[in-house]
Ligand binder design. Structure first.
Ligand code: FE2
Ligand code: FE2
Length: 194
């Protein structure tokens, strides 16, 4: 921003402010968001991601049946990506001067999504899809809440949101494959009977 536009805080003030409260690191005087609220929202997002890791891992190990191999591989891929999200969020919490809440106590209460085991492949995929849709809505809301008050956190969450949208799309495709798969296996059983 060129000097003299009247838009930017004058550089003398910025320089002087930067020397105060050095221990706050990335959180400067100009940080406009409500830090406590942002930290709470990020810790809830962290719990959500961890519950998603655990659910996808459970589904990965429990997946069995005709279409299980590719579905199990997809579950594992999602589990790893949710773990990467959890790590990104935990790092940002520390950068904002907070502490990531990784306590197993109250984890599922802090999480937006649920841990549902599912009895078969179909149920597992459906539960994962529900969880992704919950994550999509909550991330979108947090992004809107942050607006321009904390662009780095917002950008990080926008990246995660885009990934959750991909996950939801993957799961819808898996459900469709599973449906056609079970139809063709029913068909082949019938044709073998003749
Ligand atoms: Fe995620
Ligand atoms: Fe996801």
């Amino acid at each position: 921003m060129p000097a003299g536009t009247g838009f930017l805080t004058d550089i003398k003030t910025i320089r002087a402010r930067a020397r105060q409260h050095l221990e706050r690191g990335a959180v400067t005087e100009g940080y406009r968001a409500d830090r406590e609220t942002v930290l709470r929202l990020l810790n809830e997002a962290l719990a959500t991601e961890i519950v998603c890791v655990l659910r996808y891992k459970r589904h990965h190990y429990m997946a069995s049946g005709i279409n299980a191999k590719s579905v199990a591989a997809e579950f594992l891929e999602h589990a790893n990506e949710e773990q990467a999200h959890a790590d990104e969020i935990a790092l940002r919490i520390v950068q904002l001067g907070g502490a990531p809440n990784l306590s197993p106590q109250g984890l599922s209460q802090r999480s937006h999504s649920e841990y549902i085991e599912g009895a078969d492949l179909n149920e597992m995929i459906r539960e994962d899809l529900v969880a992704e849709r919950i994550a999509i809505d909550t991330y979108r809301e947090i992004v809107q809440y942050l607006g321009n008050d904390d662009p780095s956190t917002r950008r990080m969450l926008e990246g995660i949101l885009a990934k959750e949208e991909e996950h939801a799309e993957d799961l819808v495709a898996l459900l469709a494959e599973l449906d056609t798969g079970s139809e063709s296996s029913r068909g082949s059983r019938q044709s073998r009977g003749h």
